[in-house]
Design a protein around this ligand. Structure first.
Ligand code: AR6
Length: 169
């Protein structure tokens, strides 16, 4: 059983075996969580992302997929980069958002990570409504077959925290 914990705060201050980054397919950085992780984690993360782009991920990382790098100076062993889907309006297919959580946990299992911190993927720049994104995140983690013992959702503000709390009993 995976324990689900909620924390309000900055994911770059979280200790975990693996911290998940809400990246984009370029893997070369951006704003939001991505910018914060690269800033605090230092240049080793970007250097490894560039190597991934020069090798296995020449076309970038597809939406819904995940890949790991060093966590640089973060208090973690790995950053798992995943690419959330951009909200396309009502009726948007939630399967790629669910896939981000499932694939990140699959990568965590491959690495042997037992504790994983997630942000609320796609709920910032990618505009996914928080309430629905929270439900998808919690249900997907709850249903995942994984050896990860603790998943911590690190929510930036109170609204996000409350949205996740609705689904974590
Ligand atoms: N810690 C925890 N949560 C945070 C932090 C932080 N330091 N900073 C922002 N959030 P976003 P996305 C929250 O935009 O929607 C980037 O440019 C934020 O309030 O980081 O998946 C990438 O390069 C929101 O609730 O990710 C991509 O291009 C949530 O984290 C694109 O944004 C996710 O917001 C990805 O967009």
């Amino acid at each position: 059983m995976t324990t689900i914990t909620l924390v309000q705060g900055d994911i770059t201050r979280q200790s975990a075996d693996a911290v998940v980054n809400a990246a984009n397919s370029s893997l070369l950085g951006g704003g939001g969580v991505d910018g914060a992780i690269h800033r605090r984690g230092g240049p080793a993360i970007l250097a490894e992302c560039r190597r991934l782009r020069a090798s296995r991920y020449g076309k970038g990382l597809a939406t819904g997929r995940a890949v790991a790098t060093t966590a640089g100076e973060l208090d973690a062993r790995w950053v798992i980069h995943t690419v959330g889907p951009v909200w396309q309006g009502p009726g948007s297919d939630p399967s790629l958002l669910a896939s981000c959580y499932r694939e990140s946990l699959r990568v965590a299992d491959e690495l042997g990570a037992r504790t994983v911190a997630f942000p609320a993927i796609s709920t910032g720049v990618f505009r996914w409504p928080m309430e629905e994104a929270a439900r998808i995140a919690v249900e997907t983690v709850r249903d995942a077959e994984t050896a990860v013992e603790e998943v911590t959702f690190v929510l930036f503000d109170e609204r996000a925290y409350e949205a996740f709390a609705e689904h974590v009993g």
